[in-house]
Every structure is written in structure tokens, then in C-alpha cells.
Design a protein. Sequence first.
Length: 239
Amino acid sequence: MKSTNFLVHHQSHKNKIATEEVIKSFRNYHPNDPYVIWSDCGDDYTDISQKYNTDYYYSDFNVGYIYYDKKSAYELYDRIRKSCELYKDKTHILWMEDDVIIKGEIYIPSEVEYYGMPNIGNYWLELHEYLCEKYNVNPNFNFWSTAGGAIMPTDTFVNKFDILEKFIDEDYDYIYKNMGKSIGAGDILKMVSQIITGKNYTVNPQIDDINHHTGVNDDMISIVHGFKGHYVQLPHRDN
């Protein structure tokens, strides 16, 4: 049974071959579900967008991958918000990356909120305790879980964006300076967004990670993270 209660947010830079392969694998199983491509001040994905019927944004501001400053952290959240606001009837958003492949139909149970991989590594205890105290939350997870293929509730970015803004304004620089620059990574920031908005976590049995698990060929698996087979290094000339 196909789930139509989600959209896809895919941020890419300069890896068009991998980006297209990811989208193609998704469209094999979900030909009509909404898909939003963001070029992070990278290649022009207009042709791919038209070919696979996606929405497309180009940003002349490069967020990058890690060590985001305060402005970049806000930009990441704001892009996700803009994608969610395109499809306000959708309850979830799938975070897509260039190293994800889709092997089957994706189903998201209506009762889940934050939905992703099993525990593949704890983040630092100091940050966890800080967030729980500051935002008066008691999350049911304390591990990193927001790599490509993670699924988040759109409510976080549409109806609770003020909490994310509060975090950026009041806490980001302090954490960055005193607890470590690792806060400035997309995976960590997406996880933080779920913690401070009080979302519950559920392990998704349809997702696997090549670097940590061995179920890539399991018939239950629909989402595989960590697949680098389409990463091709080609000369790139900026115009």
C-alpha cells in the first residue's frame, strides 16, 4: 500500500549523476508524490526537475555539509519549512540525500512522528541534557538518527517553527562555542529540531544503512542510506 501523506526534500550541490539516480529510484515506486529539489548554490537541476516532475529551488547561498554558522543553520531549517509549506496537506517529510536509493514503496504509519534508523551512535550527553532542560522535554531517544532517509513530521517546520527560531537565536552560538562545532551539521540539526519540539521517535523497519547493517537485500527494506555507487567525480567549471 502506497503512502501519499509525505513529501520529499532533497538538497544537493554538484553531483547531478547521483542526484538523478536517487530521484529515478524514488519515481520507480512513487511516480506522483511531491518531491522538492534544492540546489545549494550548486548545479542547475532544472532539466532533472522537469524530467521527473519535481519542484525546484536554486539558492545562491551555500549551506554546505558541516560546521554551519548561525546563518547557515537557520537557512537549513527555513528551506525545509518552505518545502513543507508547498504541500500543507502532507503530514511527513522525507529527508533525501545523494547517497540514498529507494528499493520499494514507502509506507508511513499515521501514528508515527519522527521515523528513522536504529541507534547508530549517541550524540553528546551535555547537549542532550541542555536541550531537555531548556525546552522542558523528555525525548524517547538520545541517539543520532537523521541521516538520509529519515522521516520527520511537517508540523515541526510549519506549526512549531517559532521554537526552531528560538533555538537559533538563543542557543546556537552558545552551543557552537562551548559544546562543539558538531552542532553545525545537517543531521544533528534535524535531530535537534525533533527534540526541542517534543516529537517521539520510532524505528523504521524499512530503512537500512550500508555502513552499519547488512539487510540491504532484505525484501522489507525500501530505503537504503550510504550508497555511494553513483558518486562520480567529474570536472566542474563554474560559469
